[in-house]
Design a protein around this ligand. Structure first.
Ligand SMILES: [Zn+2]
Length: 53
């Protein structure tokens, strides 16, 4: 049995609108590093149950 490396599909693009960044197979996010940062900040702002520890 071949070892299963933890990689994602090839040729995925960042799902951020108008972003053409290709995602690495080692990037399991839906966004490139730029937008992953932006989106997680946006989400944190919108989540009312997220309290900083
Ligand atoms: Zn992007």
């Amino acid at each position: 049995m071949p070892k299963k490396l933890k990689t994602s599909a090839k040729d995925r693009k960042c799902t951020f609108p108008d972003c053409k960044h290709l995602l690495s197979i080692y990037n399991h996010e839906d966004y490139c590093h730029v937008h992953r940062d932006q989106v997680s900040k946006e989400q944190n702002r919108k989540v009312p149950y997220h309290h900083p520890s």
